[in-house]
Design a protein around this ligand. Sequence first.
Ligand SMILES: C[S@@+](CC[C@H](N)C(=O)[O-])C[C@H]1O[C@@H](n2cnc3c(N)ncnc32)[C@H](O)[C@@H]1O
Length: 472
Amino acid sequence: MSEQSRRPHRPAKPYRRPQKDPVRILAFDALRAVDERDAYANLVLPPLLRKARENGDFDARDAALATELVYGTLRRQGTYDAIIAACVDRPLREVDPPVLDVLSLGAHQLLGTRIPTHAAVSASVELARVVLGDGRAKFVNAVLRKVARDDLDGWLEKVAPPYDEDPEDHLAVVHSHPRWVVSALWDSLGGGRAGIEDLLAADNERPEVTLVARPGRSTAEELLNEEAAVAGRWSPYAVRLAEGGEPGAVEAVREGRAGVQDEGSQLVALALANAPLDGPDEKWLDGCAGPGGKAALLGALAAERGAFLLASEKQPHRAGLVARALDGNPGPYQVIAADGTRPPWQPGTFDRVLVDVPCTGLGALRRRPEARWRRRPDDLDSFAPLQRALLRTALDSVRVGGVVGYATCSPHLAETRAVVSDVLKERPHTELIDARPLLPGVPDLGDGPDIQLWPHIHGTDAMYLALIRRTA
Ligand SMILES: C[S@@+](CC[C@H](N)C(=O)[O-])C[C@H]1O[C@@H](n2cnc3c(N)ncnc32)[C@H](O)[C@@H]1O
């Protein structure tokens, strides 16, 4: 009898069709779009979810899980990459991006959710069978079994360099931010380890949905009648929705009398509106208005005083969004598409001017989970001239005695204080106004006279505002 015929006969495993799990497939599709087409998760996900609901594939819980898988995986990608790298025998750049997406989704389920280990692994292997094929599913299975051998804390001890050896690298791996971003945020925040750790952790939390009751059109009391709505922390117009709260279900939002707006943005508009002026208060300008969140609040505040708002935005389609946001504003306003560095209006026209300039958005990382991985330090250089030019024309646009608000949704010092100090050096007839007393009750706004908000302190985006008066 030959060797072969003596071996016990092992029947081949019967082929089993891969189990299609619509939630994981949708999460994978969203990650691929973000990776491959540079899509934004917050834009790519809603239509995918809508389609899945229309097809009858999804209920609300499925939608919540898919959202958590996509956002959580993207936010924590830096940490998961470090862990996955320790579980594969080649550099991560040699792993095919779709395979890496399945591995990252699996790592998030294993280390960042309460999904039981066996369910996380088997769901990921089934996903791999559907989207990658059986061969690569085996690889996914082997890697995720290694990932599953420890919990997140255990892994971080192994893969993050010790804090004392390299604090920024340690924080970058533990809190999943690029090292240059950790460094920039820390420079701006100052202080010791506790503060920066709280900030980085806050960037990894899902932000609450905050509404603004546009004055004269709705009230915070009206919005508080909504189920599970609670008052804002700082702005009298803010109302926060509990988890899962749908702004689209709120009548005042549907009618444009209220909107979705982070409380930090509300505070920027309020501080500018509250700044003391010498002389008339009749003409306001928002020079970088798109998509119109601050313009809509400024328009409503201006209307209460009988003032006119000009909302200007360079990109015509974004000017269209501004027009939509201001539609129904109770006072006079106009929306135009114009380049704020070559404005069509006369110098010295306005009493109050806001320039909420284009920036890296490093203050809104909670909202844009992939942004931290896309941004590069070079981006600062490309925004720098435009930020200075927009501030210069804002100062030209305001009359003597009037006030300019320079705002960013980034706390990076190169986009905040450096811009203001460079431009004011060229402009002797200007003075910084202390913005802190204009937001009574809001603590820890910094050393002044400008203000810096923080997610971990104020629960807002990290908005910056400097108020500048033209004195002669
Ligand atoms: C940070 S966003 C403003 C956000 C807005 N204030 C809000 O609250 O909805 C900056 C805006 O400036 C616009 N922008 C860029 N360059 C500009 C320019 N040269 N003149 C006017 N607007 C410009 C961008 O298209 C973008 O819509």
